[in-house]
Design a protein around this ligand. Structure first.
Ligand SMILES: O=C(O)c1ccccc1N[C@@H]1O[C@H](COP(=O)(O)O)[C@@H](O)[C@H]1O
Length: 208
């Protein structure tokens, strides 16, 4: 049985927060990126985060946001961890004095070791698929063979994970955690409890 951690991202409804918590997710992600169909206004996000039970991590996702935007979210929404999903520099990421994940979109030719070393103050490196013009949440998978051994940060694997492929992903990559959005939805921003349950089962049944 795998103890890989599980983050479900892009929640927009209280019933999805409650279902993900009851089904055993470790962390929930809330999107603060206006072009995303999963984007939340601050009051809505505050309501969802306040419904989290104890010991569950709330994660705020930003894409190249103005620092003032991140600060205004942090004033009202009690986020445990930030997820920077754009081209944010290490200096940018550190300015909020909050633990963070740095996301990177993996493609051939990218030196992931150098990228991880540059972002060594991150709590983890989130690996997503590269899709031209789209920062994430695409439902696309990338070639897991592109992940080098010996990355100096815990790996959070994402990008096109589903209930059908997540056991293989955990078995092959052995990440610290997995992150999913599209793969557990019935429509953008609408989570499907049966798919979340199947996803969590897939992680737990991985052969590691
Ligand atoms: O979820 C979004 O809308 C989103 C928008 C902009 C950047 C990232 C976004 N989501 C993150 O993308 C990855 C992969 O998602 P998927 O499972 O392939 O749909 C995941 O880390 C989400 O947190």
């Amino acid at each position: 049985m795998s103890t890989c951690k599980i983050k479900i991202c892009g929640l927009t409804r209280i019933e999805d927060v409650q279902a993900a918590a009851q089904l055993g997710a470790d962390a929930l992600g809330f999107v603060f990126y206006p072009p995303s169909p999963r984007h939340l206004a601050i009051p809505q996000a505050a309501k969802l985060v306040s419904a989290l039970p104890p010991f569950m991590t709330s994660v705020g996702l930003f894409v190249d946001a103005e620092p003032a935007v991140v600060r205004s979210v942090l004033q009202t929404v009690p986020l445990d961890l930030l997820q920077f999903h754009g081209d944010e520099s290490p200096d940018y990421c550190q300015q909020f004095d909050r633990p963070y994940l740095k996301a990177v979109r993996v493609r051939p030719g990218l030196d992931l070791l150098a990228y991880a070393k540059a972002h060594r103050d991150a709590r983890g490196l989130l690996l997503d698929a590269y899709v031209e013009g789209q920062p994430g949440g695409t439902g696309h998978q990338f070639d897991w063979q592109l992940i080098p051994k010996g990355l100096p940060l815990p790996v959070v694997l994402s990008g096109g994970l589903t209930p059908d492929n997540v056991a293989d992903a955990v078995t092959q990559v052995k990440p610290w955690a997995v992150d999913v959005s599209s793969g557990v939805e019935s429509a953008k921003g609408i989570k499907d409890a049966a798919r979340i349950a199947a996803f969590i089962n897939g992680v737990r049944n991985a052969n590691v």
